[in-house]
Design a protein around this ligand. Sequence first.
Ligand SMILES: [Zn+2]
Length: 65
Amino acid sequence: MDDTKTTMATPVHRMDPPEPPKPHQGCDVCEALVGERVDAARLGDWSRVVDVNVEIGRHRAVRHA
Ligand SMILES: [Zn+2]
């Protein structure tokens, strides 16, 4: 017998994308990347959304650190 609790586990499969990095105000590159992310989300291409989020994060770290 195991004595693990039988409380409800949090759902593993969530449709919400991870918290997106915020674009830097007035930056063309950020705006372009966010536009790309919006398009990908509209198409349901979540792997692309994640890719773009990574790109935004990387770009922010280099240009807006
Ligand atoms: Zn930027």
